[in-house]
Design a protein around this ligand. Structure first.
Ligand SMILES: *[C@@H]1O[C@H](CO)[C@@H](O)[C@H](O)[C@H]1NC(C)=O
Ligand SMILES: *[C@@H]1O[C@H](CO)[C@@H](O)[C@H](O)[C@H]1NC(C)=O
Ligand SMILES: CC(=O)N[C@H]1CO[C@H](CO)[C@@H](O)[C@@H]1O
Ligand SMILES: [Ca+2]
Ligand SMILES: [Ca+2]
Length: 598
C-alpha cells in the first residue's frame, strides 16, 4: 500500500488540536508516541480499516420469489449494487430460524437459516458470490436471548435441567391477598415487566426485550461455550465477523450478592412517571455489568483463532448505547483485545434536525476524544432501529451527512437506503408489525416508537413495489415517492445522492482521508466544517445545516488560502465539480454541503 509509511496512519487525532497536537502529545507521552510511530511505519491497513460497512436488513432488501419478504437470493443477486457504490463489506441483520416476534432478533436456532429467507445452500452461494466480488459478509450475533420457541427454551419448560439452566428464572412475589406478582420491578426495553410467568415450571423467566426473547444465563459456563460454538460455526463458513446485538444487556447483576434474589432497580428520578416505561428505572443491575466486557474479550480470542489459521481478520462490532467511557471498554483492556468497532452512535443519539453546528461538532468530537489513540473511530448515522437521515435531519442534508460519515477519520457504516436518501415510510396502525409499536396499544402515538418506518422495502426502481418484490403484498408497505426516489433513477441522472455517495466512497481511497489528520470548526450555529490533510493533500468539507446562505472565511484553517476547487457538491447545490471558490470568502448556500480541495 502506497500510504503505509504514514506516521499517523491509524491515529486519528481528536478534533480541534490541529498541528499543535503532535508537539503536545510528545510532551505528555514521549515513550508511547515513539513506539507507536515505529510500529505504524511498517503497518499496512487491514481490509476492515479502510472499507465501508453496509447494513442490509434482509427482510426489506430484495424479494427473489414474490412472497413479499426479502431473502438471501435477493441479496446474492444484488451484491453488485454494493460493489458499484464502492462498498467492501456488509453486515446482515439476523437471517436465522425465528418465529419473528422481533423479526429475527428472537432466534429459535442459531445454526439454521430462516425458511422464508432461504436455505443453507443459498447462504453458501451468497458467500461464494461475495468472495467473487471481494465483499466481506458480517452476520448479526444475538447472544443476549433466544426465542421462546427455541428448542433450548422448550426443553427448559419440559424440565430438562441442562436447558433450564440456560435461562434466568426467579420466583414471583406473593402479596397479602395471595396474588402473585413478578419477582421485582425490572422493565423490558419494549415496556412492561421484564418477567414472564411459566406455569410449566412455576417460575418467571427474565426477558430484557420482548416476551418472546428469554435472556440467556451467561453465568452458566455451558451457555458461554454454546455461544462460542455458534461463533465458530459461522466463522467456519467464511463469515468475516459479527456485529453483536444488544451487548450491554448481556449480564445481570449476580444475585448471590443480594441474598439470592435480584434486587429492584432504583427509579431514574421522575423524568417519566410511567412505570411501564423502560426509562422509568436506572438500569444499574441489568446493563453494562463488568462481566460483559470480559465476555467480549473471550469472543475476540475465538475470532483471532480463526484469523491465525487463514490470515483473514474477523471483525467484531458491538451495539451499545452507552456512555463514551463504557463504549471504549469494548475495544479492550490491558493486554486483552475486544471489538474493533464499538459502534459510535453520536449521529443517532446526540444530534438531529434541530441541532446547531456547535452541537454537531461537540457530538463528533466525543468518540475521537475518548477513544484509545491506537484504535479507529467509526461513524453510524442510521440503522433499522432509528428514523432515516432524510426524516431525522432533512432530505436536503442527506449528502452532508454522508460526507460526514464517509470522510471523517475512521470506518464508515451505512444503513441500506441512506445512499439514495430514502425517507421513513408511513405505516398505518393496521399495518404496524414492530413489537415496539404494537406494545404501545396506542393507535394514535404508536408511530413515535415503531421501527417499521425505517424498515420499509428498498427502492430499486419505479416498478410495482419499487422493484423490491413481484408479489401482491409486501411485508411492510413501500414508502411513498419511490417512483422518483430509487436506485435506477439515481443511476440515470447526472446528479443524485447515489452519485455523490460513489464520489465520496472513491475519495476514501485518497491518502488525506485514509491516513490524514483532522480538525473541525463550527463557523456559526449553522455551518460546520472540517479539514483532512496528509502531506500535500488538503481537503475541506463544509456542511450548512440550515437553509440560510453564508459567506465563510475558510482561510481560518491552516494552509488554506487562495482558490479552492469543488470536488463534490450536494445535489441541490448549483456548484459543480471543478468550480472554484475563494478561500477567504466562500459563498455557502442554504443546506449546501461541499468537499473542497485546497
Ligand atoms: C412466545 O412469546 C410470544 C410473545 O412474544 C407469544 O405470543 C407466544 O405464544 C410465545 N410462544 C410460546 C410457545 O410460549
Ligand atoms: C480504492 O482503491 C482500490 C485499490 O487500491 C480499488 O480496488 C477500489 O475500487 C477503490 N475504491 C473506490 C471506491 O474507488
Ligand atoms: C440496532 C439493533 O440491532 N437493535 C436491536 C437490539 O436488540 C433488540 C433485541 O434483540 C432488537 O429488537 C433491536 O432491533
Ligand atoms: Ca422472498
Ligand atoms: Ca441478559
Amino acid at each position: 500500500m502506497a500510504e503505509s509509511d504514514c506516521t499517523f496512519s491509524v491515529f486519528d487525532p481528536p478534533a480541534a488540536f490541529g498541528d499543535k497536537r503532535r508537539g503536545a502529545k510528545l510532551l505528555v507521552f514521549p515513550l508511547v508516541l515513539v513506539v507507536a510511530v515505529a510500529a505504524t511505519a511498517e503497518r499496512q491497513l487491514d481490509w476492515w480499516e479502510t472499507t465501508i460497512f453496509y447494513q442490509i436488513y434482509p427482510r426489506s432488501f430484495k424479494d427473489s420469489d414474490g412472497d413479499g419478504i426479502g431473502d438471501l437470493n435477493g441479496i446474492t443477486e444484488n451484491l453488485e449494487h454494493l460493489k458499484e457504490l464502492g462498498i467492501g463489506a456488509t453486515w446482515l441483520s439476523p437471517i436465522f430460524k425465528s418465529p419473528m416476534y422481533d423479526f429475527g432478533y428472537d432466534i429459535a436456532d442459531f445454526y439454521a437459516i430462516q425458511d422464508e429467507y432461504g436455505t443453507m445452500e443459498d447462504f453458501d452461494r451468497l458467500i461464494a458470490k461475495a468472495n467473487e466480488l471481494d465483499i466481506k459478509i458480517v452476520l448479526d450475533f444475538v447472544p443476549n436471548h433466544t426465542s421462546n420457541e427455541s428448542v433450548w427454551f422448550e426443553e427448559a419448560l419440559r424440565g430438562h435441567e441442562k436447558y433450564y439452566d440456560y435461562f434466568i428464572w426467579e420466583d414471583g412475589t406473593v402479596d397479602e391477598n395471595g396474588v402473585m406478582h413478578p419477582p421485582n420491578n425490572w422493565v423490558s426495553v419494549f415496556r412492561k415487566s421484564a418477567w414472564e410467568y411459566r406455569e410449566e415450571v412455576g417460575k418467571y423467566y427474565l426477558h430484557q426485550f420482548v416476551i418472546g426473547q428469554p435472556d440467556l444465563n451467561f453465568r452458566n459456563p455451558d451457555v458461554v461455550e454454546e455461544m462460542k460454538n455458534v461463533i465458530r460455526f459461522w466463522l467456519g463458513k467464511g463469515v468475516a465477523g459479527f456485529r453483536v446485538d444488544a451487548i450491554s444487556h448481556l449480564f445481570e447483576v449476580d444475585k448471590e450478592l443480594y441474598g439470592g434474589r435480584f434486587p429492584d432497580e432504583p427509579l431514574s428520578g421522575g423524568l417519566n412517571g410511567d412505570p411501564d416505561n423502560y426509562d422509568y428505572l436506572n438500569h444499574i443491575y441489568t446493563k453494562d455489568q463488568d462481566e460483559t466486557f470480559d465476555m467480549v474479550y473471550q469472543w475476540r480470542d475465538v475470532f483471532d483463532e480463526f484469523a491465525a489459521e487463514d490470515g483473514l481478520t474477523r471483525v467484531m462490532m458491538t451495539e451499545a448505547y452507552s456512555s463514551p467511557q463504557l463504549t471504549m471498554r469494548y475495544f479492550g483492556e490491558g493486554d486483552r483485545e475486544g471489538a474493533q468497532m464499538p459502534f459510535n452512535f453520536v449521529l443517532i443519539s446526540d444530534v438531529g434536525g434541530s441541532s446547531t453546528a456547535y452541537e454537531i461538532k461537540y457530538a463528533l468530537d466525543k468518540f475521537l476524544t475518548f477513544k484509545p489513540v491506537d484504535k479507529l473511530a467509526n461513524w453510524v448515522a442510521g440503522n433499522h432501529d432509528n428514523n432515516r437521515v432524510a426524516s431525522r435531519f432533512s432530505p436536503e442534508l442527506v449528502d452532508g451527512i454522508n460526507m460526514i460519515v464517509l470522510l471523517m477519520p475512521g470506518i464508515a457504516v451505512t444503513y441500506m437506503g441512506e445512499e439514495i436518501g430514502m425517507v421513513d415510510g408511513y405505516v398505518s396502525w393496521e399495518d404496524t408489525v414492530d413489537p415496539s409499536g404494537c406494545n404501545t396499544d396506542d393507535p394514535i402515538n404508536y408511530w413515535t416508537v415503531s421501527r417499521d418506518p425505517e424498515r420499509t422495502p428498498f427502492q430499486w426502481n419505479a416498478d410495482k413495489n419499487a422493484g423490491f418484490s413481484s408479489g401482491h403484498k409486501t411485508w411492510l408497505p413501500v414508502a411513498a415517492g419511490y417512483e422518483t426516489l430509487n436506485v435506477e433513477v439515481q443511476k440515470a441522472v447526472e446528479r443524485s445522492h447515489l452519485k455523490v455517495y460513489q464520489q465520496l466512497a472513491a475519495l476514501r481511497n485518497q491518502s488525506a482521508f485514509r491516513h490524514g489528520r483532522y480538525e473541525s470548526v463550527a463557523f456559526n450555529s449553522d455551518v460546520f466544517a472540517f479539514r483532512r490533510w496528509h502531506k500535500e493533500a488538503n481537503y475541506i468539507v463544509v456542511v450548512n445545516f440550515r437553509n440560510q446562505p453564508y459567506t465563510i472565511d475558510l482561510s481560518y484553517f491552516e494552509n488554506v488560502e487562495g482558490h479552492l476547487e469543488v470536488v463534490v457538491s450536494s445535489i441541490q447545490s448549483p456548484k459543480k465539480a471543478g468550480d472554484v471558490l475563494e478561500a477567504n470568502r466562500a459563498e455557502i448556500l442554504g443546506s449546501e454541503a461541499l468537499v473542497l480541495k485546497v
